[in-house]
Ligand binder design. Structure first.
Ligand code: SF4
Length: 142
């Protein structure tokens, strides 16, 4: 059974808004060993890849073109929580600064590349439900 839920884009799955991903061999190894479940809340919430980027603004998740995507982001967050509960997962390794996965920082809602302290919707929901959160910059002892 997996011990960690992990942002899918951190282990080579190209699910980012721009169809990109990151390559952290240590995290891909966790997945290959069955110790981590790769999960993309935005895809799970029904959003396509590629997709128009969103940022959190006044508690809502707003696309760069002004469309409110809070419902999709919320759906993805609850899907992540459901996956954690299904597998008994109590820790997650999440991509910093994402409007879903950001643990310590998010973009400021102006789509100008500025970051502020804050957390994404999935990170917030998992934390509120007792899941320990780590990031690609702050890995747990593996
Ligand atoms: Fe990666 Fe999370 Fe964004 Fe999906 S929602 S692309 S897992 S940071």
């Amino acid at each position: 059974m997996p011990e960690y839920l992990i942002s899918a884009c951190l282990c080579g799955i190209c699910c980012r808004y721009d169809s990109g991903c990151f390559d952290y061999p240590v995290l891909a190894k966790l997945v290959a060993e069955g110790r981590a479940l790769p999960f993309c809340p935005e895809q799970a919430g029904g959003l396509p890849t590629p997709r128009v980027p969103c940022e959190i603004c006044d508690g809502k998740v707003i696309r760069r073109d002004g469309i409110d995507c809070t419902a999709e982001y919320t759906r993805g967050a609850y899907a992540a929580l459901k996956a954690c509960r299904h597998y008994g997962i109590t820790a997650a390794i999440l991509k910093e600064s994402s409007p879903s996965c950001g643990v310590n920082s998010i973009y400021d809602g102006t789509h100008t590349g500025r970051k502020i302290p804050g957390e994404g919707l999935t990170a917030a929901l998992l934390r509120q439900n007792g899941v320990s959160l780590y990031t690609e910059k702050d890995l747990p002892p593996l």
